[in-house]
Design a protein around this ligand. Structure first.
Ligand SMILES: NC(=O)c1ccc[n+]([C@@H]2O[C@H](COP(=O)([O-])OP(=O)(O)OC[C@H]3O[C@@H](n4cnc5c(N)ncnc54)[C@H](O)[C@@H]3O)[C@@H](O)[C@H]2O)c1
Length: 445
């Protein structure tokens, strides 16, 4: 088959795709392609997950995914397996969306990725195009991954294609983000591979595809955006601390400042969590260090954002005579999302315990047992907003909509001191409400 014939088959959706990693992002991607009419083979290492998916069941809480999975199975467009040979049979593209870990020094740990590419390349047919979607620091796709794929005398651009195409989604709206909200970024190791990937994603991304000049440029798009967000949040956090010194309301000031088109100050808060924003600057900082450059701004931004937990603790300390039991509201790093990776709670709880304080955690998305598994027996409480009545000191870490109920409950409760790290609470003169950058506002009558 000529290259042009292959491109024609892609645009007519006459090809099959293998998705490696069927997790929170991999499964939505799979269903985006099946929904467009592509045949998808899913590959994952979890036997339990594979059995579940082949029964048409998923625990992933993403709109559209569950119903599309069932539909795809009924229409014979999706099948999942743990067998690399079966998953690779007859496919034209392999999309990798498995986690990339971070080593202690901040570098991306691609050992799992490398061993997976290694298994896949042994059974891949000639002409296959590998697409790397999970985030990598600039240089890794056309560096170590290409090196690995070329180690059996195959050449990128001739025997296989290699492309970086970052996943740009927000948990909770993955399908919409892929299909409707953003253009897809693709950057290949060679022009032919980039064009083939561009045509593939054009079939599913209504905002189109941005073709980058290289895989490294595409890698930079995702990591630079993460670094920008982290630094911007750090600015907001530092301004919140200054606002507390100056006695102004940081949210009022930011809103007014952002009416100029050049100002995009983000929202302050108790810290940044998740897979992406706190991780990608570390990739860049570590990479810069390899080239004897200190990425000062990214480094300081990380420290400021992680330091907001200290700000919470010291703000409470300034307003109490002595510590009592503390209730932490929220384990998840973001409201409405059952995910705690690098959540500020993971730093807050040990920090309070170092002071000898008894700490309990409650989160509408987690059971007491799930919380205990992280912090030790007796830490977690099953979700009941009334639990807050048993504590005089409370810290709000997550913007869960369920926490809005606190406003009503506080109207009839004993005086409390609450560090509200997500601006959930209304002003309430009967309680000491501490919000970063709004200490002054809550003291006003
Ligand atoms: N979750 C997000 O909000 C988000 C957003 C944008 C990008 N991403 C990117 O997506 C990547 C994956 O994130 P996720 O949230 O889907 O992770 P996840 O943990 O939900 O899923 C990963 C899946 O990969 C499987 N897996 C692990 N090793 C494997 C291997 N060697 N072979 C086959 N399958 C394997 C796991 O069993 C799991 O099912 C992240 O590393 C990140 O770069 C995630």
């Amino acid at each position: 088959m000529t290259y042009e014939e292959k491109l024609g088959k892609i645009s007519r959706k006459e090809i099959s795709i293998c998705i490696v990693g069927l997790g929170k992002m991999g499964l939505p991607i799979a269903t985006v392609f099946t929904n467009a009419g592509f045949k998808v083979h899913g590959l994952d290492i979890s036997e339990e997950l594979i059995e579940q998916l082949n029964r048409g069941e998923t625990i992933i809480n993403e709109p559209f995914v569950s119903e599309r999975l069932k539909e795809a199975i009924d229409n014979n467009l999706f099948h999942a397996t743990t067998s690399t040979e079966l998953a690779l049979k007859g496919v034209s593209f392999v999309i990798f969306i498995i986690p990339v870990l971070t080593s202690d020094d901040g570098h991306a740990d691609i050992s799992i990725l490398e061993s997976t590419y290694n298994r896949v390349r042994k059974v891949a047919e000639d002409g296959i195009i590998y697409i790397q979607e999970s985030t990598l620091p600039p240089g890794l796709t056309s560096g170590p991954i290409k090196q690995l794929l070329e180690s059996d005398d195959k050449v990128s651009g001739i025997d296989f294609g290699l492309v970086f195409a970052p996943e740009r989604t927000f948990s909770g709206r993955a399908v919409m983000d892929i299909e409707e909200n953003y253009p897809k970024i693709v950057g290949g190791d060679t022009e032919n591979a980039t064009i083939a990937a561009k045509i593939l994603y054009e079939q599913v991304c209504r905002k189109g595809v941005i073709k980058m000049s290289s895989a490294t440029a595409a890698e930079a798009v995702k990591t630079f955006k993460g670094a920008y967000r982290d630094a911007n949040i750090a600015i907001a956090n530092e301004l919140a601390i200054l606002a507390d010194i100056y006695g102004v309301d940081v949210l009022e000031v930011i809103e007014a400042a952002n009416t100029e088109p050049f100002s995009h100050i983000h929202r302050p808060g108790i810290g940044v969590g998740g897979h992406c924003i706190p991780v990608y600057p570390r990739f860049l900082i570590a990479l810069a260090k390899d080239f004897n450059y200190k990425a000062n701004l990214l480094d300081i931004s990380r420290n400021i954002n992680d330091g907001m937990v200290n700000y919470a603790v010291s703000s409470i300390e300034k307003n109490i005579d002595k510590w009592e039991d503390v209730l932490v509201l929220g384990l998840a790093y973001r409201g409405g999302v059952k995910e705690y990776r690098l959540s500020p709670s993971l730093r807050l709880v040990p920090q309070l315990r170092m002071k000898g304080i008894n700490v309990n955690v409650i989160d509408p998305l987690y059971s007491a047992d799930e919380i205990d598994a992280l912090f030790g027996k007796g830490t977690g409480k099953n979700w009941d907003i009334n639990e807050m009545k048993n504590y005089n000191i409370i810290v709000i870490v997550t913007e869960h909509k369920e926490f809005n109920e606190l406003n009503e409950l506080l109207k009839n409760s004993d005086k409390k001191i609450i560090f509200d790290g997500r601006y959930v609470l209304d002003k309430n003169p009967d309680h000491t409400i501490l919000q970063p950058g709004r200490l002054f506002v809550n003291k006003q009558n």
